[in-house]
Design a protein around this ligand. Structure first.
Ligand SMILES: Nc1ncnc2c1ncn2[C@@H]1O[C@H](COP(=O)(O)OP(=O)(O)OP(=O)(O)O)[C@@H](O)[C@H]1O
Ligand SMILES: [Mg+2]
Length: 275
């Protein structure tokens, strides 16, 4: 049996982030009247520790792709490999963070973070609390550990959700528009926090947004998707130094280039110029 101290150290040590390979994934949804192709032959690779951002208009399949990688949806064809192994079910190695913080209102702040740790059998209660404290401190909410969820602002809720996702020390963090509902100032703080956390605690991150500036501010690479059917259109590496500022001139320049490219693709789709 490991000692408590070893367990906490193990829980907090930097683990090797995962490599993800999405290969030829197609996913359609059937309704009574029609069949909708949400993902059409999507392939995408993420290197270990890479921060990739998916952008694209509403309905292009971003959430569907995240859910397939998380193991919440099964593709019709194709597969997702995480470190070479096909994804079947959801796993603790891949944490999904939703657009709304999705916290448990019957638990306090610390209880929500501890919830993420419930599947760590080698940690006893005291060790789990130490790990929870570590992440609450990281997101600046240590003083609020006893607060009820309804007492928190939207930005604070997102921080709790971030701490809860980080606490099990996942190799992959899947983030579906996590900051969409927040005001600009809170979002900017969270961009800084997330870049810092990603650099300190190595993770492979796939982050979804329809905000192109946000994508450029955060990503090592921006992947552009278009709808009907949902496809990966183009990819843009981002070589700007970190930490990046969302209002920086270089971020704005690349963002407008990506937005223009997206516009051209959407015109083509609207003209019916492609299948
Ligand atoms: N469970 C479902 N049943 C039926 N259709 C679905 C289901 N989930 C997604 N879709 C459809 O698949 C398409 C892609 O949806 P998805 O949620 O992946 O888009 P998105 O890019 O995340 O959009 P948004 O930016 O609005 O969140 C949409 O047309 C949507 O209506
Ligand atoms: Mg979505």
């Amino acid at each position: 049996m490991p000692t408590e101290e070893t367990s906490v150290q193990e829980a907090l040590e930097n683990i090797q982030p995962s490599k993800i390979s999405v290969r030829g994934v197609t996913k359609s949804f059937r309704s009574s009247r029609r069949r909708l192709v949400a993902l059409d032959d999507v392939s995408l690779d993420l290197a270990e520790g890479e921060f990739v951002v998916l952008v694209g208009p509403s309905g292009c399949g971003k959430s569907t792709l995240l859910n397939v990688i998380a193991g919440l949806e099964r593709p019709d064809t194709g597969e997702v490999l995480v470190d070479g192994t096909a994804v079947g079910n959801p796993g603790r190695d891949r944490m999904l963070m939703f657009q709304d913080a999705a916290l448990f209102p019957w638990l306090d702040v610390e209880g929500n973070v501890l919830f993420g740790l419930r599947l760590k059998p080698n940690l006893d209660r005291k060790a789990r609390r130490e790990v929870a404290t570590f992440y609450l401190r990281m997101v600046g909410l240590e003083e609020f550990r006893r607060a009820a969820i309804h007492e928190l602002s939207g930005g604070m809720k997102q921080r709790v959700a971030l701490a809860r996702s980080l606490a099990p020390n996942p190799r992959v963090l899947l983030m579906d528009e996590p900051f969409g509902a927040l005001d600009a100032m809170t979002r900017e703080q969270l961009y800084r926090d997330l870049q810092e956390i990603w650099q300190a605690r190595r993770k492979t991150i796939l982050f979804v947004t329809h905000n192109v500036r946000e994508a450029v501010c955060l990503g090592d690479r921006v992947v552009l998707m278009t709808p009907r059917p949902g496809r990966v259109r183009e990819q843009f590496p981002v070589h700007l130094p970190r930490p990046r500022d969302i209002s920086g001139i270089d971020v704005a320049r690349l963002a407008s280039q990506i937005t223009a490219t997206l516009g051209r693709h959407l015109e083509r789709v609207a003209d019916g110029g492609e299948s």
